[in-house]
Design a protein around this ligand. Structure first.
Ligand code: KIV
Length: 290
């Protein structure tokens, strides 16, 4: 029996999201990098993103740049095996969609063959040709504009984007070019709320904000951030809905204390011999004592 009481049954598809925007139904997206997180997230959200944030959240990298296709495929396969009802989107890592159209299609197509229903890629005008090529191959694409983490070196750090008029106008142009190229949705990250609101109202495709204010068509946060599983600096745009780190650390510490005191395992966690065999074991002696 499921431990989750309310499971929406309809599988989410990329064409549904445009309708939801028109109906003012807000879209919820989070990340999952493994089957455990996917099982927890699936009943609660509409989109599961196997994000390249796996690099800094789980794999100990400073940023997302070292994340490879092999790493993404490994994590995507784990999530896909859970067969989520949420739309499963896989993030194209750095350099997986830059070198040639052919390689971009092969990488994105590989994601779909592994169970993703769509791919996400960062960037605006410079990536339009790749987006078009993917859409031409029947691969649904989610765009990603604003504070795009793969551009950390060009941005000079993880800084809010679109605060200058020229940057803000370029973002609006890029958003419309991505829509025109066939993106079914756009992530808007780390931009002023007013700019995200203007993009959202002027586009027909939904926007999914992260640090982009309340007027996007939906919101995305990293799973570990929502659950308070990450230690250290928490960006302004994150709201943790649990102190997961303390909760899990507390539980593990109680188990460790029980092991040390002998309170774990108890009779209920132990197997017993069938009636009568106890004597045979007690009376046993090694045949070749050393
Ligand atoms: O990789 C990721 O987790 C992302 C989201 C934050 C949008 O790109």
């Amino acid at each position: 029996m499921s431990r989750v009481s309310e499971l929406p049954v309809e599988r989410v598809t990329s064409p549904m999201l445009q309708r939801w925007k028109a109906e003012h139904r807000r879209i919820v997206m989070t990340t999952a990098y493994d089957a455990v997180a996917a099982h927890i997230a699936d009943p609660a959200v509409d989109i599961i993103l196997v994000g390249d944030s796996v690099g800094n959240v789980c794999l100990g990298f400073e940023n997302t740049l070292p994340v490879s296709m092999a790493m993404m495929n490994h994590h995507l396969e784990a999530v896909a095996r859970t067969k989520p009802r949420a739309l499963l989107v896989a993030d194209m890592p750095f350099l997986s969609f830059h070198l040639s159209v052919e390689e971009t299609i092969r990488n994105a197509g590989g994601f779909l063959r592994r169970g993703a229903a769509a791919v996400k890629l960062e960037g605006g005008g410079k990536r339009i040709d790749m987006v078009r090529a993917l859409v031409d191959c029947e691969i649904p694409v989610m765009g990603h504009l604003g504070l795009t983490p793969q551009s950390v070196n060009v941005m000079g750090g993880f800084k809010v984007q679109g605060r200058k008029a020229e940057e803000a106008l370029r973002l609006l142009d890029d958003a419309h070019r991505l829509q025109e190229a066939g993106c079914f949705a756009l992530v808007l990250e780390g931009i002023p709320a007013e700019l995200a609101a203007r993009a959202t109202e002027s586009l027909t495709i939904p926007t999914i904000g992260i640090g982009a204010g309340p007027d996007c068509s939906g919101q995305v946060l990293v799973f570990h951030d929502v659950l308070g599983l990450t230690e250290g600096h928490r960006p302004k745009f994150v709201r943790a809905y649990a102190d997961g780190f303390q909760l899990l650390h507390g539980a593990l510490s109680r188990w460790a204390a029980d092991v040390r005191s002998g309170a774990f395992p108890g009779p209920q966690e132990s197997y017993r011999l069938p009636e009568g065999l106890g004597d045979a074991i007690t009376n046993w002696a090694p045949s070749n004592p050393t």
